[in-house]
Write a protein that binds this ligand. Structure first.
Ligand SMILES: Cc1cc2nc3c(=O)[nH]c(=O)nc-3n(C[C@H](O)[C@H](O)[C@H](O)COP(=O)(O)OP(=O)(O)OC[C@H]3O[C@@H](n4cnc5c(N)ncnc54)[C@H](O)[C@@H]3O)c2cc1C
Length: 405
């Protein structure tokens, strides 16, 4: 029995760990396949994108799976052949499977807005965060080299298009990094403009009103300009054109307006709703019940609302657990369990010092959510490998910092 888990993000890692717990000692061959040798904490990457040093952004897969029966395979999945029960890695290596868990995540959705893909940066991975950081640094350094303030402005302007959680967290973080960036490049902090553009009438569309109000207030206090209820018409090299015809020159344009499932999903499975795979109530693909599809790649339905579950880490982890449990049930001849989405809450920072939390009936704004968010990251690492993993991560990180210093 070969069980392959594709993707070591929030959903895949949880599924593989639970498969090991349930089936690892029973002669089942479990492997997890990922293009990078580490598990990225995507929920943290807006911080390094703004140039902030962060304690932990990724955890090596070898540390997570040390002492388990899960084999870690590094490679890029280039095809999934359902009929042959094969996964193709890097267009050449073939792995057979008996059960498959597909957790390949998402990528940016550009909604066919002219020029958006070609002329914007996105924040989806550690590499993309590093790209954004370097790009902003390069633009500010060019701004500093120009004598005329009008010429400098486009180089010192950052437009973040899309004000969901990612866009808001990034805008807040960048606003707080402004003095550091300005000092580094010999600019005045106020010269660095951060503009958030959102098509919906408010930031954080779909969130609770109190959260929206608090986040709006926090961003405005930090000097972020908000252009709301204004979709993008087009993006040109070095400028965005808004629906009303306004053109804003900016050398840094970051798109955070939406995601779609990994393109490979569309190639291999029945999909709907931005390329997400259609799954049944047990999270099995409608194309093949031996394949479970979870996380951002899946169109899992919240049975209480009848709506697709939002692509978030908390839902990805829950789906990882259920897929592992259902594979175990299948192999043991037990009944499968249906998916019940549970939204634990919202936790976000708006810059270094303030944030928002909405957990159950509790709503918190201010400093406390920042602490809760950091604690939540440590709690998550503990959930992957207990204190053993936490200490290892801290030790490695400490050594890295020491080496860099
Ligand atoms: C900046 C940002 C902030 C966020 N903040 C929050 C938050 O605060 N709370 C929250 O709940 N959610 C947040 N999210 C959303 C959350 O990160 C995703 O919903 C979650 O990562 C989805 O988990 P997943 O396992 O489906 O996909 P991912 O975590 O993206 O994992 C997919 C994995 O598959 C790998 N992969 C992809 N393609 C291939 C391939 N072809 N071959 C091999 N490997 C491949 C990737 O490298 C990755 O390891 C945030 C997202 C971003 C971008």
């Amino acid at each position: 029995m070969k069980i392959r888990v594709l993707g070591a993000g929030f959903a895949g890692v949880r599924a593989a760990l639970d498969l090991d717990r349930l089936l690892g000692r029973q002669g089942v061959d479990i492997s997890i396949i990922n293009k990078d040798p580490y598990h990225e904490l995507t929920t943290e990457i807006y911080r390094p994108a703004a140039g902030r040093d962060v304690r932990v952004l990724a955890v090596p897969l070898e540390d997570i799976f040390a002492g388990t029966s899960v084999a870690v395979v590094q490679g890029t999945v280039t095809d999934i052949r359902l009929r042959e029960r094969q996964v193709v890695l890097d267009r050449q290596r073939i792995l057979k499977f008996d059960r498959l868990v597909v957790a390949l995540g998402s990528e940016p959705e550009y909604f066919s807005i002219p020029g958006l893909r070609e002329n914007s940066l996105t924040l989806k991975s550690l590499n993309s965060a590093e790209n954004i950081r370097r790009h902003i640094d390069a633009m500010l350094s060019q701004a500093a080299a120009l004598a005329n303030p009008a010429d400098r402005q486009p180089f010192a302007t950052v437009i973040i298009a899309g004000a969901g959680l990612t866009g808001v967290e990034l805008a807040g973080e960048l606003a707080d990094q402004r003095p550091v960036l300005a000092r580094r490049h010999g600019l005045v902090p106020e010269e660095i403009r951060i503009i958030t553009v959102e098509a919906a009438p408010d930031i954080l569309p779909g969130f609770d009103d109190a959260l929206i109000e608090a986040a709006t207030d926090m961003l405005m206090r930090k000097g972020v300009s908000l252009i709301l209820g204004t979709p993008l018409r087009a993006v040109e090299p070095g400028a965005v054109v808004l629906e009303d015809g306004t053109r804003i020159a900016a050398r840094t344009i970051i798109w955070s307006g939406g995601v779609r499932a990994n393109r490979l999903i569309e190639k291999c499975f029945t999909t709907r709703n931005r390329g997400r795979a259609v799954v049944n109530e047990y999270l099995q693909s409608v194309d093949d019940p031996t394949v479970y599809i979870i996380g951002d790649a899946a169109l899992a339905i919240n049975t209480r609302t009848g709506q697709p579950v939002a692509p978030t880490a908390q839902h990805a982890v829950q789906q990882g657990r259920l897929a592992a449990r259902n594979i175990w049930a299948e192999l043991k001849g037990r009944p499968l369990r249906a998916y019940r989405a549970r939204t634990i809450g919202v936790l976000a920072t708006v810059g270094h010092d303030v944030g928002l939390a909405h957990i159950g009936p509790i709503k918190l704004f201010g400093r406390f959510p920042v602490v809760v968010k950091d604690l939540n990251t440590w709690r998550y690492i503990l959930s992957l490998g207990g204190t053993r993993l936490l200490l290892k991560v801290l030790w490695r990180n400490g050594r890295l910092r020491w080496a860099r210093a």
